[in-house]
Ligand binder design. Structure first.
Ligand SMILES: [Zn+2]
Length: 175
């Protein structure tokens, strides 16, 4: 998978709202030289409000990521959910000190969202990543690891997340 899959070609888009859906999976997280997130599946609904001199992105992220437990070093599942906003100003000079504001040159015609999506998932992670704080509310549980092995072995088309969602319940970590 190329980062191109997460790049929006905005130059040909009419002004107004445009909707994009992205799936952040194991292959996505593997694009980055960072090992905190091992895999998972996060659905990112992105709405782009295309304006003449500005792109306004709204992100709605929801899913589950696999990380390493800070205590037992075994895999751990964390439910993540949250919204973010990003403003991209076209043709303006400037150094943004604000994470929610980016400047791009006049001649730009596309915008790569991958680093932003990656950062947003990390923002949604709790400070401490241990089984005690995990979405399933259990301690470092061997049953959980068995479950992990099972769905990791399944094909993506089998939708292994269905069982997982049931297990995690409907209590994502809202930041
Ligand atoms: Zn643990």
């Amino acid at each position: 998978m190329a980062v191109r899959d997460y790049t929006i070609q905005f130059s040909g888009l009419a002004e107004g709202d445009h909707r994009f859906d992205f799936v952040l999976d194991k292959a996505f997280f593997a694009l980055f030289q960072e090992e905190q997130i091992l895999g998972g599946r996060v659905d990112a609904e992105v709405t782009l409000d295309r304006q003449s001199r500005m792109l306004v992105f709204f992100f709605d992220l929801k899913g589950v990521v696999e990380v390493v437990c800070d205590r037992c070093a075994d895999p751990l599942l964390i439910a993540v959910a949250g919204k973010q906003e990003l403003i991209v100003r076209i043709g303006e000079e400037g150094e943004s000190t604000d994470d929610d504001l980016v400047f791009i040159p006049e001649e730009a015609f596309e915008f790569d969202l991958s680093q932003h999506l990656f950062d947003y998932v990390h923002i949604l992670l709790p400070m401490r990543l241990t089984h005690d704080d995990s979405a399933d509310g259990k301690g470092c549980d061997p049953e959980m690891l068995k479950l992990l092995e099972r769905y990791n072995a399944e094909k993506p088309s089998d939708n292994p997340w269905q069982g997982l969602e049931k297990l995690l319940g409907d209590t994502p970590n809202e930041n």
